[in-house]
Design a protein around this ligand. Structure first.
Ligand SMILES: [Mn+2]
Length: 467
């Protein structure tokens, strides 16, 4: 049987298990992908009129769970954890995951009760860029005919940065996108890939360009100057124009100008990757109001992240499931607090010149920054440092003695050139008595407090000759 057929059969079995269960618990990962996945499952169960509860958790909580419901669904997590040990003779378990699995596909030794694990990797689908946790949840919803939830599969894939490296959604993600396009819910647009397509004035969006330091980087005046030079109005009457207001022709003027600026700036070996830095596919949700942050997949996912990082995943759940009254207000309040928090921490780093340069990397000690946000801050501060090197930020996990959380961010050019920091950070963290992993441009690690100096030194040496 073909991979695809085997996967369809597995989802049919999950369909039956859901149909036959009366009370269901969902544990989903507390990040953008996991929250969206949990929301898809919850909407599905609402429509099937099944009693259910959703809880968003971090991976370290799984070992301590005790299963009390007839059916438990683990979503966007479970494949990398010892979930099979949680089962008892009366429990039924479904895992829907896209992270590398611990167990082989057919697994029935030492498992009591019913146990069904559906992991994309079993069917030759790479969960790092071909399908997200939300995509796996949608495939279950799809067996019930709920094609209108497909736009959430797009949202979760973008939230998981699956489109980053290819420049657009590919593989199974693309099939899910096709469902959403057929339902007239998503418009995929060949676009400039600047963040803030619906909400940021174009000149502001341009000034956040940080993969390479350009005159416009962190300089709104230069951005306005560039737009003036190209004859592109920055305002429409009194209102500042956003990227989605621009015509195709205006966008291609900006594209050519940036291509010129970047080609002057980057070393020769990177030149072939430059177009991918500034163009790619963006995804617009057609049911959402124009100029709302929910209209653009990437902005929507930031709003979800703001909820999860400040430990209010339930607000995001409600918004995703369609509550546009109170929940949306709460989400906007959180997003505002989120932006203020980040701006304040950025100032804290910059005022004291806290970025320290090593030979192959740069780092900052971020003890004033919550561990949930150290990566976000690292990503934003990169444009003030040296884009040719990765930046590492670190902070205590929860106060002293619990270890250190480390986050790394780098220019996408380094990743396009083949360097995978997710794999490197895992190796270095393991040498320092910790663990780590993640994407090529955004990854992290946890290590014991006393090994921070060793970590930096090992990392810096490891990169010799590599960047
Ligand atoms: Mn995920």
């Amino acid at each position: 049987m073909e991979n695809n057929q085997i996967m369809i059969k597995a989802f049919q079995k999950a369909h039956e298990m859901v149909k036959n269960a009366e009370n269901i618990k969902i544990y989903s990962h507390i990040d953008c992908d996991g929250i969206t996945a949990g929301s898809i499952l919850s909407s599905t169960l609402d429509r099937l009129e099944k009693d259910h509860e959703v809880e968003f958790i971090t991976l370290d909580k799984i070992d301590d769970l005790s299963l009390e419901n007839e059916l438990t669904i683990f979503s966007d997590l479970g494949s990398g954890q010892n979930v099979h040990k949680l089962g008892n003779s009366s429990s039924k378990i479904i895992i829907l995951d896209h992270h590398p699995p611990l167990r082989p596909m057919i697994y029935d030794n030492h498992v009591s009760g019913e146990f069904l694990e559906i992991n994309s990797h079993y069917y030759g689908i790479d969960g790092s860029f071909e399908v997200s946790g939300g995509g796996m949840a949608y495939l279950l919803a799809r067996t019930f005919g709920f094609y209108d939830l497909s736009w959430l599969g797009v949202l979760s894939a973008v939230g998981d940065m699956q489109n980053n490296m290819p420049g657009k959604l590919v593989g199974l993600n693309q099939k899910i996108l096709t469902d959403s396009v057929n339902k007239n819910l998503v418009d995929p647009i060949n676009d400039l890939t600047f963040y803030g397509r619906q909400t940021r004035p174009v000149y502001v969006a341009l000034s956040y360009f940080g993969d390479v330091k350009l005159p416009i980087t962190n300089n709104r005046n230069e951005s306005i100057h560039m737009l003036n030079k190209l004859g592109i109005p920055t305002k429409n009457g009194k209102k500042a124009r956003v990227l989605s207001d621009l015509s195709k022709q205006e966008k291609s003027l900006i594209f050519s100008e940036l291509l010129k600026m970047l080609s002057r700036e980057v070393p020769r070996k990177y030149i072939k990757y430059v177009p991918k830095l500034i163009s790619g596919e963006s995804y617009e949700f057609l049911e959402e109001t124009k100029y709302s942050p929910l209209r653009d997949a990437s902005e929507f996912s930031t709003a979800i992240n703001a909820c999860s990082r400040h430990k209010h995943p339930e607000i995001a759940l409600n918004v995703i499931k369609g509550n546009r009254e109170l929940a949306l207000d709460e989400m906007e309040t959180l997003a505002l607090e989120h932006r203020r928090y980040l701006a304040q921490k950025m100032d804290w780093i910059r005022e004291e010149d806290r970025i320290i340069d090593l030979k192959n990397l740069q780092y900052f000690e971020g003890s004033e920054i919550k561990s949930e946000l150290i990566g976000t801050v690292a990503g934003m501060i990169l444009s003030y440092g040296d884009w040719r090197k990765p930046i590492i930020g670190f902070t205590p996990v929860n106060g002293d003695g619990d270890g250190i959380k480390i986050s790394l961010r780098c220019s996408r050019l380094l990743a396009y050139d083949g360097i995978h920091f997710g794999n490197i950070i895992r190796k270095v963290a393991e040498k320092c008595g910790g663990n780590g992993g993640g994407h090529s441009v955004a990854c992290g690690a946890y290590i014991p407090d006393e090994n921070m100096d060793k970590f930096l030194k090992t990392f810096d040496e490891y990169l010799n000759g590599k960047i």
